[in-house]
Design a protein around this ligand. Sequence first.
Ligand code: UT7
Length: 320
Amino acid sequence: MRAQIIGTGSFVPPKVVTNDDLAKIVDTSDEWIRTRTGIRERRVTDENTAASDLAFLAAEKALKASGLDPNDLELILVATCSPDTLFPSVGCILQDRLGAKHAAAFDVSAACSGFNFALSAAAAYIEAGKYKNVLVVGADTLTKYLDWTDRNTCVLFGDGAGAVVLKATDEERGVLSSFISSRGEGGKYLVMPGGGSRDPEEKMGRFIRMDGKEVFKFAVKALEDSILKVLALANISLAEVDLFIPHQANIRIIDHVTKKFNLPEEKVYVNLMRYGNTSAASVPLALDEAVAENKVKKDSLIVLSGFGAGLTYGANVVRW
Ligand code: UT7
């Protein structure tokens, strides 16, 4: 059994914040952000919107595209590191809002790698014969956890959600291989210190703290390694891949890997200029846009890959 992606969907909040908007509140410039990251603008949720609201709208679209009814779902996995509440999970909130009465639901915490981790788990459930219809969502609202006076972080992130519906198939398509890995020793480089059981009163702050240079070094290596390992697992060469969809954090990280592997630029999907780093949403949001732009067709071979806090990294090879 393989886990075939039979529907995709995404949603971003309507409010656009440009680099020039940020230059009005913090010591930065459009020129610096564009040249150092590739980002031009990002979407930001309003105060009444939480991760589950974005997840719901993306999931509705993915379900519609798949032709499945919420009642068909047996499992819902939501990758997020900005859940509405510590509990209930976003998965359970989403299950209720969708009316997916027969689905078990839980969240996956692997930050920006979350979607690739959740997709690999969902595929494993399907391959094992446990479930046939699974919804996987990546949804994050990291702008709620930004220190808007810290130019090292506040220019990088945006909000959004992306979703896929998986169905068991006996055809040789869907998720062909998955690779996930963690480097807990590097956890200190990208941290949300407050709000957890170590610091429930958030004395350490509920803002993202990042050592950008360390994360950058890790990210370049993680992207390279995850792509090579996941392709080796599927016995597929770099040249056979039709489209690479890397985590959308920084164009310099993506360019590094594009050059290193000598990939044609049109085979590497990039939309970070419009959304910034949307964390767990980044890969499924890019996938949904690539599908809408007809860059993914029947039989296309695609590689989804990501890296993030934990530190974590992972990838999936999918035949459409
Ligand atoms: O999903 C995983 C999430 N995280 C990432 O992927 C982040 C990975 N890291 C990065 O993308 C990059 O390291 C950054 C974009 C965060 C930073 O780029 P960099 O080229 O590593 O810049 P830097 O930190 O070395 O800073 C260079 C200079 C510094 O000034 P000085 O010390 O040379 O005077 C910074 O203070 O740029 C300054 N700087 C800024 N200037 C204007 C840092 N942030 C900004 C800013 N605007 N927003």
